[in-house]
Design a protein around this ligand. Structure first.
Ligand SMILES: [Mn+2]
Length: 338
């Protein structure tokens, strides 16, 4: 079976036409750190934002182009909410995850209202709950599409998760199709995300839990796993993914980028690495194309864990993460002229 036939079977898209560029890309960037690791089973992603700053991320962004205006909003801080204390089954550190994400959503909303594009530095992937919720306060669910670059699907609920770690659940808390699969969670009442799974596409999948696989088939989830990338190449995958969630190029795009989508050769300092992943070159191409689409409006870069691996692992991981963020903002391997 040819790749085009398989993709057309999954969802109808026209691979021959290019993405329509739309002037959404902002030259004004807002960086926000979320030093939070309680959604993960491994400690240390709370050290991610400062490790990226100390590795020179802000200066590297400034050097992309003289037109870029970057402001560092510092880190998100939160206080635990006063709740009724009702325990919810299999949600580890729910109170912290809920409170941190509530504070994060407020900050992301503020950055957008300052006319800047928020780039949220995790932190574990549970912070996508607050990041995307903040974006949704400034646009409609129909107008937002999500590219989820990850080795994992992150679509578990508390009843399907093998671990109870909430960094494996953010996508499922954001979509209306799975709402009835969740119990009422008072601490997440503020999270009114009403996205449709139709507006999501995953890239880089290779570690999928049993119930997640069932949901993928049940809901016809759009994805390009490592097999698709092997077969089609990153160019066709990127364009097909962007077309699938933004066929007319008139939606704004949020990229939720988990550094564990990369092969451990390029990003070993992360809590749940998975072998045989994306190369750094594939990720740079992907993010250069995201930039070229002109639709990027917000982004997360998560799961960088400087406590995992040796000095060389940490350096490689930080370098990969910086290069991915810079490519999303317009850094181009063919050179920049302004
Ligand atoms: Mn993830």
């Amino acid at each position: 079976m040819s790749w085009s036939l398989k993709i057309f079977n999954k969802f109808p898209i026209n691979l021959s036409s290019s993405i329509h560029a739309r002037a959404f890309n902002s030259k004004a960037i807002g960086i926000l750190g979320v030093p939070f690791d309680k959604g993960a089973g491994t400690r240390g992603t709370d050290k991610g934002p400062n490790a990226l700053r100390e590795a020179g991320l802000i200066d590297e962004i400034k050097h992309i182009s003289s037109n870029i205006d970057v402001k560092d909003y510092g880190d998100v801080h939160y206080e635990l909410m006063n709740t009724n204390g009702r325990k919810i089954h299999n949600l580890n550190d729910l109170s912290d995850v809920a409170a941190c994400n509530k504070a994060l959503a407020d900050q992301v909303e503020k950055i957008i209202k300052d006319n800047r594009m928020p780039i949220t530095l995790g932190g574990c992937h549970s912070i996508a709950i607050g990041s995307i919720s903040g974006v949704l306060r400034t646009t409609t669910p129909d107008n937002l599409c999500i590219l989820w670059v990850d080795a994992h699907l992150d679509l578990n609920t508390n009843t399907t998760s093998p671990t109870g770690n909430m960094h494996g659940m953010p996508a499922s808390l954001l979509v209306k199709e799975l709402r009835s699969n969740w119990p009422t969670i008072p601490e997440l009442e503020w999270c009114k995300a009403d996205l449709s799974l139709r507006n999501f596409c995953w890239i880089g999948l290779r570690s999928i839990d049993y119930y997640e696989r069932i949901m993928m088939e049940q809901y016809g989830i759009k994805y390009f796993d490592m097999r698709d990338i092997d077969r089609m190449g990153i160019d066709k995958v990127t364009n097909a993914a962007l077309k699938a969630i933004n066929p007319n190029g008139d939606r704004q795009l949020h990229v939720s980028f988990d550094i564990d989508s990369l092969d451990p050769l390029f990003a070993n300092s992360t809590g749940t690495p998975a072998g045989a992943g994306l190369t750094l070159r594939e990720c740079l191409f992907l993010m250069e194309e995201v930039h070229r689409s002109g639709t990027l409006s917000s982004m997360d870069l998560v799961e960088v864990n400087p406590l995992v691996g040796d000095v060389r692992d940490v350096t490689n991981t930080l370098n990969s993460a910086k290069a991915i963020v810079c490519a999303a903002i317009g850094s181009n391997r063919s050179g920049n002229s302004s």
